[in-house]
Design a protein around this ligand. Sequence first.
Ligand code: NAP
Length: 263
Amino acid sequence: MAPSINSSKCVLVTGATSGIGRALALAIAALPSHPKVIGVGRRKDRLAGLKEAGIDAQEFDISADRAVTKSFVEGMIQKYPEIDTLVLSAGVQREIHFKKRVDLDAIATEMHINYFSILTMISYFMPHLLKIAASGQPCIVAPVTSGLAYIPAPWIANYSASKAALHSLCSSLRVQLEDTNISVIEISPPLVESELHDAEGTTETLSKLWMPLDEYTKETMKGLQKGDNVVCSGMAKIAYEKFEQPKEEMISELAKHAATHSK
Ligand SMILES: NC(=O)c1ccc[n+]([C@@H]2O[C@H](COP(=O)([O-])OP(=O)(O)OC[C@H]3O[C@@H](n4cnc5c(N)ncnc54)[C@H](OP(=O)(O)O)[C@@H]3O)[C@@H](O)[C@H]2O)c1
């Protein structure tokens, strides 16, 4: 069991300018424990809106290179030395059709934003989180994956692969950190009302199928407050429980064997 989000004192949320990230940032800020929430995104008007809602807003392009990300993380730690929780929701989604022209630059950017930038940010925050955790304050790292991490959608093949990679990273990171006070909570949404699909023009079709954002946020906050290791709902929950949950025990067992043999 992970610690409840109720014990978080300072939460940094990426992708906070719209959709799931924004809704979670607002819901976390409204918790009775009143944690400080820092919302990260690019769009200035949306960041201004967050400020009006009482959330500290920080402009940052998550597709930045390693050096820029390192300096952003260092700046955040300096400004908010009490950061103990990361909710990593920024993401993009692009269609890919191999029988047509494949835009490899767009594909590389999508993988970078959905996977490498998250791994990079976690790595740069880790020494800080280890220190905070050692002082007795529980820490949470909560990347946002997708139900498509478990069952890929072929027309968004690279997106699905990026989320499968992130899901795999969450499982490994959880085991690596199990002797610390840092928990890894994978937030895995089903199809949810948001702007994610606007770039591909599929919003109208998908809006007939998606889970309303309010309903999704309430359900996810329940999981975060309970301290579930994987917070998923709808189709994502069905797929996770059927295909992925059985693996989690095996991953722990494998890690125990590896630790025994390396002694
Ligand atoms: N909605 C769904 O159906 C669904 C399902 C499963 C998983 N997810 C995942 O949930 C997460 C949130 O998606 P959403 O549905 O809420 O979509 P959304 O409304 O489009 O939000 C995406 C967020 O990511 C931020 N972002 C994108 N590129 C960025 C960049 N280069 N630098 C900084 N921020 C960037 C955007 O902020 P700016 O544009 O202001 O930078 C925005 O706040 C994503 O990881 C997505 O893959 C969504």
